[in-house]
Design a protein around this ligand. Structure first.
Ligand code: ATP
Ligand code: MG
Length: 333
């Protein structure tokens, strides 16, 4: 499932290079008294594709707002490629590009003009801006729409235009706040292609998302944030391995033996006289389970997967899942 994360391996060799983003004990209390960030620390390596995953109100936009100087922090430190955003704001801002969640370009302008004008705002000469616009339009698969009224672009095209615009300043770090919120899977896939191409060309990417599937498809590393705190972080693969539990239901012949076979590393319980429920690590071989059932003379007629693994993982990670996990029966600790 996570097979096509196209991002290049983190340059372990360049350990002397500062992180693309380094956040230390970041706190934010809004005037209303809401503590949106309660001491967040994280580090994103140059070249990484990093997801900030979390439910509504977790603090994702607050964090991104602080990094991109739209929101004032209460305390803590933020560095972009080693540059402290509080001390050298201009220098830090030149290193990053931001794609906000809402479409905020002029619908009555043409994509090429939107890109060139944006570059002009950042002092990029027109000739250079025109050349970059061609490149970015091509990368966003918008070349044939360069001179159409933006209003006539599809929803997915509009979103790719937002990405192309942010790339006009050649940011070393591209930050996207829920780039695919509320868009259908086809549009999302088109955006993923564009983002992978940008990352493969060397730009570090951080995005926030509600979709674990998105993080799993795109990102090499992630942090899960909830109620203003990082609850889990690390390589996507490790996280999935650690939490990756698959559930199955077996329809079996009654009566079941008095004691069920023990299968090491897995949890087998009888839900009712005809149904066994199994939870096991995804890496585990189901044949072991069948062999154990066979040895106990339990006949399986059919099996079903129990529920969406990804959704369950996300629910469990964000705390509200504690009860769901308990309710779903015994599980290996
Ligand atoms: N300008 C603001 N003033 C007061 N409180 C705010 C402000 N912006 C955000 N908050 C509060 O801070 C908390 C974190 O909000 P934030 O927007 O950072 O979350 P989020 O993870 O981006 O959520 P979502 O997924 O819904 O976009 C929430 O409780 C929110 O209500
Ligand atoms: Mg948000």
């Amino acid at each position: 499932m996570a097979s096509d994360s196209a991002a290049p391996a983190t340059s372990g060799a360049a350990s002397a290079a500062p992180p693309a983003l380094s956040i230390r004990d970041l706190r934010k209390t809004y005037d209303t008294g809401v503590q949106a960030l309660k001491g967040v620390s994280l580090e994103v390596a140059p070249g990484d594709f990093y997801a900030l995953l979390g439910p509504n109100g977790a603090g994702k936009s607050t964090l991104i707002g602080i990094v991109s100087s739209l929101v004032n922090k209460s305390s803590g430190e933020v560095r972009v490629f080693g540059v402290d955003i509080a001390r050298e704001r201009g220098a830090a801002m030149r290193l990053l590009g931001l794609v906000p969640q809402e479409l905020n370009f002029n619908m009555f302008e043409k994509p090429r003009d939107i890109l060139v004008n944006y570059a002009g705002f950042y002092g990029i000469p027109r000739r250079e801006a025109l050349a970059r616009a061609d490149e970015e339009l091509a990368r966003a698969h918008l070349s044939d729409k360069a001179d159409s009224m933006s209003r006539t672009l599809s929803g997915g095209m509009k979103r790719r235009l937002m990405i192309a615009r942010a790339m006009m300043t050649r940011p070393r770090l591209l930050i996207l706040d829920e780039p695919t919120a509320g868009v259908d899977i086809e549009i999302r896939r088109g955006m993923w292609r564009t983002l992978r191409a940008i990352n493969a060309a060397g730009t570090t990417i951080i995005l926030t998302t509600h979709y674990l599937e998105e993080a799993e498809n795109l990102c090499r590393n992630l942090a899960i944030i909830d109620h203003g705190t990082i609850v889990e972080h690390g390589p996507m693969r490790e996280l999935l391995a650690k939490l990756d539990v698959e559930g199955f239901l077996f329809d079996v012949d009654a009566p079941l033996p008095a004691t069920l076979p023990r299968i090491e590393g897995a949890a087998l319980v009888a839900r009712d006289p005809h149904t066994l429920e199994l939870e096991m690590p995804r890496a585990m071989d189901l044949n072991r389970v069948f062999a154990a059932l066979d040895a106990a003379a339990i006949r399986v007629h059919s099996m079903r997967t129990k529920s969406n693994r990804l959704e369950e993982l996300f629910v469990r990670l964000t705390g509200d899942g504690a009860t769901a996990a308990a309710a779903s029966g015994e599980r290996a600790a």
